[in-house]
Each structure stands twice: as C-alpha cells, then as structure tokens.
Ligand binder design. Structure first.
Ligand SMILES: Nc1ncnc2c1ncn2[C@@H]1O[C@H](COP(=O)(O)OP(=O)(O)O)[C@@H](O)[C@H]1O
Ligand SMILES: [Mg+2]
Length: 279
C-alpha cells in the first residue's frame, strides 16, 4: 500500500452524510483507499452499500461530506468534470454483468473507451488485456453464449480497459457458482497486486472478504472497520486502515478453516498467473 509523494491517499471519503427524503442512509462514513489494495464492504440488504459506491464514483451527491480523489474533492466539481473523472479513473463491475448482447465480448470490452476522451490505441489495449486475462478463446463470442463466470471475466476486462486507478464492484460474484467466483476473486487479486489497482468491493462472498486488505461493515448508517482476528494473540487490532499490514482473517471455526485453505489456493493460483502488465 503506497501513498504518493505528498502522502495523499488515492481516495479519501470524509464524514459522508446522505438522506433519501427524511431517511438517513449514511451518517458516519470515513475511509481511505490506496493503490494495490482490496477493500470490502459488507452490510445487510438496503443499508446503503450501492449508494456509497455511487457517491465514490461521483454519480450521487451526498448531503454533506467530502470525496477526495488524489487530494481533490470531486464533490466541488460540476457534472461534466465528474463524468470525466468517472470515465478516466473508475471501473465498474456489476452483479449481473451489464454486458450488451448485440456486441461481441471484444466490442463490450472496448465500450468504455468510446466515452473516454483520453482513450488512445483502444483496440490494441483490448487485445493485450484479452491475452493478460486469458480471454482469447471467448473474445469473439456474444455474451448470451457465455457462462456467468465468462461474462464476468469480460466485464472485468471492460472495467479496466481505460486503465482506471479504482475499480468498484457491486456483488460481483453474487450470481456465480463457487468455481467461477473463485476465478473472479483470483482476477481481482491479480489486478490489485500486479497492476496496483485499488478495489472497493461490496460483497458477502467469504473468499473475497478473506482475501481483502480491509473489511468494513456498514450498519445503522455507519461504516466500521472490521478487525480480522485470526492472529489476535500475536498482533494488536488495527484501528485505522493506514497500516500496511494485512489484517488477518477471523477466529478459526470450521468455516474459517476451509476459508483459509481456499485462500492459500487462491494465492497459489494468483502467483501462477502471468506477470505481464496491462498498460
Ligand atoms: N434514489 C433513491 N431514492 C430513494 N431511496 C433510495 C434511492 N436509492 C436507494 N434508495 C433506498 O436507499 C436504501 C439503500 O439502498 P442501496 O444503497 O441500494 O442498498 P444496498 O446496496 O445496501 O442493498 C434502500 O432502502 C433503497 O430502497
Ligand atoms: Mg446494492
């Protein structure tokens, strides 16, 4: 986890408050995100997780608070500047993939470059990405002919084609079988660790939570950092996400035991993947 030279976080969310009508959805939301890390947000249905992703991406304006991207408060910008910010710096991954069936996988991957005035050599980049993410065999298929896992792999390529710093994923494995979910989780790890991407993932998937660097829980309008307590006796609980140390997973139940096995497998698989970088 690296901060830049001025010690400015990639993304810093401060004192966010948001109401829909008279209902308070978010009232105490503070966190920051650094390159190369995976941050997970859990919370029960309807608590405001998707709303929070909308605020980070500049789609939704909160009633109060600040969202700093590389030290600049995006909430002070007008709609056009915020939409440039979104095109250039944010990639999105959704539960139901949101691919266009009339276009091939390759064309779907290219779509965000059409709305990005900064995009250059898009086709070449898409081909490199297809190689890097092992999607060659399915790149000319249309989404409706692909499995859920394959569709989500295409959606991941689409999310990173503009080379954004931040990738927001909303329940990305919520519609996938176990094996595909594992595969998708490995791609997240690969992109975070090999390409320094910052992920903010809303999920209930224990694999993604286990492999995250930071786990926050949203409850009663407040976002609270969860301490992964597996090695609690060895290490004090981290109070702030400013520590570089990976916070360990929670106490060893039989569930957690199998989780840690799956995590080892996940890490092995991530190591095996190509070291070639996307540019
Ligand atoms: N545009 C909106 N106007 C009014 N209420 C909304 C709007 N968007 C979401 N909500 C409500 O805000 C709450 C939080 O929504 P959401 O962020 O989608 O929850 P989650 O993603 O945690 O399930 C829900 O009760 C939802 O119905
Ligand atoms: Mg949601």
């Amino acid at each position: 986890m690296k901060k830049n030279k001025q010690n400015i976080s990639l993304l810093k969310v401060e004192n966010i408050k948001l109401k829909f009508g008279s209902r308070m959805i978010l009232s105490d939301v503070n966190f920051s995100v650094e390159p190369g890390t995976i941050t997970v947000i859990t919370g029960k249905s309807g608590c405001g997780k998707t709303t929070l992703l909308g605020i980070i991406s500049g789609l939704l304006k909160p009633n109060d608070g600040k969202v700093y991207f590389k030290g600049k408060n995006i909430l002070r910008w007008g709609d056009i500047r915020r939409s440039f910010y979104r095109s250039k710096n944010i990639g999105f991954i959704f539960q139901f993939f949101n691919l266009l069936n009339d276009y091939s996988a390759f064309e779907n991957i290219l779509l965000p470059t059409m709305f990005n005035p900064f995009a250059r050599n898009a086709s070449k980049k898409a081909k490199e990405l297809i190689e890097y993410l092992n999607l060659k065999a399915i790149s000319s298929n249309h989404p409706e002919t692909l499995s859920g896992g394959e569709r989500q792999r295409i959606a991941i390529a689409r999310a990173v084609i503009n080379n954004p710093d931040i990738i927001l994923a909303d329940e990305p494995t919520g519609n996938l079988d176990d094996e595909s979910a594992e595969d998708i989780n490995n791609l997240f790890i690969k992109l975070a660790k090999e390409n320094n991407k910052a992920f903010v993932i809303v999920t209930h998937d224990h694999r993604i939570v286990e492999n995250s660097d930071f786990h926050y829980h949203l409850s009663d309008t407040a976002l609270v950092l969860q301490t992964k307590t597996k090695n609690r006796s060895k290490k004090p609980a981290a109070k702030k996400p400013s520590s570089i140390a990976k916070i360990k997973p929670a106490g060893k139940t039989s569930q957690n035991k199998s989780d840690s096995t799956s995590r080892k497998n996940t890490k092995k698989a991530a190591k095996k993947t190509s070291a070639k970088k996307t540019k």
